[in-house]
Design a binder for this molecule. Structure first.
Ligand SMILES: [Zn+2]
Length: 203
């Protein structure tokens, strides 16, 4: 336990040091995103592929259980004297949990990630190493609005900003008031965004 704490404090100090050093060359309103070392996770290729298989196996299970419940509602099951509806509901819940649980690995397995590139999938960057295994991590930066001690995390933009931005930074304390556009080189620059829901198609 104490060793773990020590490592955390040490690595946070390093990150702070790097950020302070980089701020000299940045605009005063800009922030530099760095890998959040506590978020790094390694997934083997096997693990990711198993997850994707789990996802695609859950799909027909969900369809079958759903059809079975519909059939039961119309009295088809009892006509054929086939079991109760309880197993169908259980299977449906398991299949839905399976879809949720395996969905991220399905996305990772079906995304083409060129060497030395990282793709943003469900809030995390994903890279592949030379063995084909995956490295997942988040990037964060300290918020630079006055007196804010928040951390800026990267996320996908709201619907009305999708055409202008691939990714944006949002402060975990200042929220929608402390937001940044994110450049390809990992620099964030203060910018406000339109958070209204997508425009409805007017008749
Ligand atoms: Zn902030």
């Amino acid at each position: 336990m104490s060793d773990g704490n020590h490592i955390n404090i040490g690595s946070m100090g390093d990150a702070n040091h790097i950020n302070i050093a980089q701020h000299h060359s940045l605009q005063p309103t800009a922030i530099q995103f760095d890998i959040d070392t506590s978020s790094v996770e390694r997934l083997s290729r096997k693990n990711v592929n198993k997850g994707a298989v789990g996802f695609f196996l859950s799909l027909p299970l969900l369809a079958l259980s759903f059809m079975s419940i519909v059939a039961d509602a119309f009295g088809i099951l009892s006509y054929f004297n086939i079991g109760s509806r309880v197993p169908a509901y259980v299977i449906m819940v398991i299949a839905m949990l399976g879809l949720l649980f395996f969905n991220q690995k399905r996305k990772i397995a079906t995304t083409t990630i060129p060497p030395n590139q990282a793709k943003f999938i469900d809030g995390r960057w994903v890279e592949r190493d030379e063995n084909g295994d995956y490295l997942l991590y988040r990037k964060a930066a300290p918020c630079n609005y006055k007196d804010c001690r928040g951390t800026v995390h990267i996320q996908t933009p709201p619907p009305r900003e999708l055409h202008n931005h691939d990714l944006i930074g949002v402060c975990d304390i200042g929220g929608k008031q402390h937001t940044y556009r994110v450049d390809f080189n990992g620099i964030g620059e203060r910018q406000h965004f339109d958070w209204r829901p997508a425009e409805q198609n007017k008749p």
